[in-house]
Ligand binder design. Structure first.
Ligand code: SDX
Length: 394
């Protein structure tokens, strides 16, 4: 069972925690947000609704949903002075570096949200952060290409507004495709929370010091950046492209990933908790196939991904280690079809995961009565060593 891990009274907080936000059963491949299954959420893909469910514990009523949606619309703009910060980055700056820095910078423009005492204040701060993260991401993308920024369009709902800010041009408004919007809503929903993963634990750790919500989420972006975590969705596409270019066959890549002397891993495969399939990967594979079909397109990388999955799932190396496709294995296929560049994939993961980070930051704040996280260590060094003068050292 995840979420309920006993504290060791002798050691105090051993870096494990109790949470009521997301339930995972790794053996059965079950993932539920506040007890609600992905299947139920998949029938009505609405990322804003899932964000409120995760942060406040239940599906929003009409009033809360309308209030929050209005706040998302009204707070999508950035303070004009934030553009100076974008101008300070080289165009080649990794978008995750820009995102982490700019989320932290947001706190300088919204000091009213540095102290959050109740659900109303958390909801107001969450609306600003969840709304503006789209604008920050779109501006980072436009800046990297030297393109003009697109102001948010208040007539557009959450995901459509993000796509508009990413892809509209002064001479042509981005044409909203409802299949694309539904697919991206589902991608964001499936990334919205995943209990005590590396980046969420980072947000809880930083928040436990009393650090504000913006600083804690900026730390979460940095943790998510790693290739073993959120950065894997970019690495999967790079792996599929290498095979597509003919650098090696799928069979050769799998053989390399099995070789213990090789640093290569089958990216998008394996998971610390899922010892069976990752339910998100199953849904994302279906979403990728359906979106490409609706667009009347084929992506050779999807065929390669299916081939890799087929080979690996018949190979005792992967079977014995219970390695299956995870959330990152198919998500990039969908983002490619939408036209989102590979270097923005982990940024999309961050946009999706933001409500989960906020939910955990807020849960911990209510739980912790001010206790800072202090995981314990087993000391493995010399208990005592003598000091030698530099003149006597080698
Ligand atoms: C995410 O925690 C979360 O919930 C994360 C996440 C979320 O929503 O927040 O689900 C998102 O981060 C998904 C994971 C994305 N990362 C990747 O796809 C990178 C590739 N996967 C691996 O690096 C690995 O599977 C991890 C990091 C995901 C999990 O690593 P573990 O649990 O620490 O497993 P391990 O490294 O101890 O591996 C156990 C064995 C080893 O072999 P042996 O020592 O037994 O011989 O399995 C092997 C590993 O070499 N192995 C792999 C492999 N993953 C594990 N071999 C080849 N390819 C792989 N992908």
């Amino acid at each position: 069972q995840t979420g309920l891990i006993a504290f060791d009274p002798g050691l105090g907080n051993t870096g494990s925690c109790e949470s009521a936000i997301t339930f995972i059963d790794g053996e059965k491949g079950i993932l539920r947000y506040r007890g609600i299954s992905l299947d139920a959420l998949q029938n009505h893909p609405n990322f804003v609704e899932v964000a409120l469910l995760l942060m406040f514990g239940k599906l929003p009523g009409k009033a809360q949903y309308q209030r929050f949606s209005t706040s998302l619309t009204n707070n999508a703009n950035l303070d004009e002075d934030m553009k100076h910060h974008f101008a300070g980055f080289p165009r080649s700056a990794p978008p995750m570096a820009v995102l982490s820095a700019m989320i932290s910078t947001l706190s300088c423009f919204h000091p009213e949200f540095l102290e959050l005492e109740d659900a109303t204040q958390v909801e107001r701060a969450a609306a600003r952060l969840i709304s503006k993260v789209r604008t920050l991401a779109a501006y980072a993308y436009r800046r990297s290409l030297g393109l003009p920024y697109n102001y948010p369009d208040p007539t557009l709902p959450y995901v459509s507004n993000f796509l508009h800010m990413m892809f509209s041009e002064p001479y042509r408004q981005y044409s909203i495709d409802e299949d694309v919007v539904a697919a991206l809503n589902m991608v964001l929903i499936l990334h919205a929370d995943h209990e005590q993963n590396c980046s969420t634990s980072t947000v809880r750790m930083v928040g436990s010091s009393g650090a504000n919500l913006f600083a804690s989420c900026a730390a979460g972006v940095s943790a998510l950046w790693g290739p073993l975590h959120g950065g894997a969705n970019m690495a999967v596409i790079e792996m599929l492209e290498a095979i597509h270019k003919g650098n090696m066959t799928a069979q050769e890549y799998v053989a390399l990933a099995k070789d213990r002397d090789s640093p290569v891993r089958l990216m998008g495969f394996g998971h610390r908790v899922y010892r069976n399939f990752d339910p998100r990967a199953t849904i994302l594979r279906e979403v990728s196939e359906k979106l490409l079909q609706r667009m009347g397109r084929k992506d050779p990388l999807l065929s390669i991904a299916r081939k890799l999955e087929e080979i690996a799932l018949q190979d005792s190396y992967f079977i014995d280690r219970k390695l299956y496709p995870n959330v990152d294995f198919y998500s990039g296929i969908i983002l490619r079809a939408i036209g989102i560049p590979t270097n923005m994939f982990t940024v999309i993961f961050a946009i999706g995961r933001l409500p989960g980070w906020i939910a955990h930051w807020y849960e911990q704040k209510r739980q912790s009565d001010g206790k800072i996280w202090r995981p314990r260590q087993v000391y493995a060094g010399n208990r005592q060593s003598a000091y030698t003068a530099r003149t006597e050292r080698g």
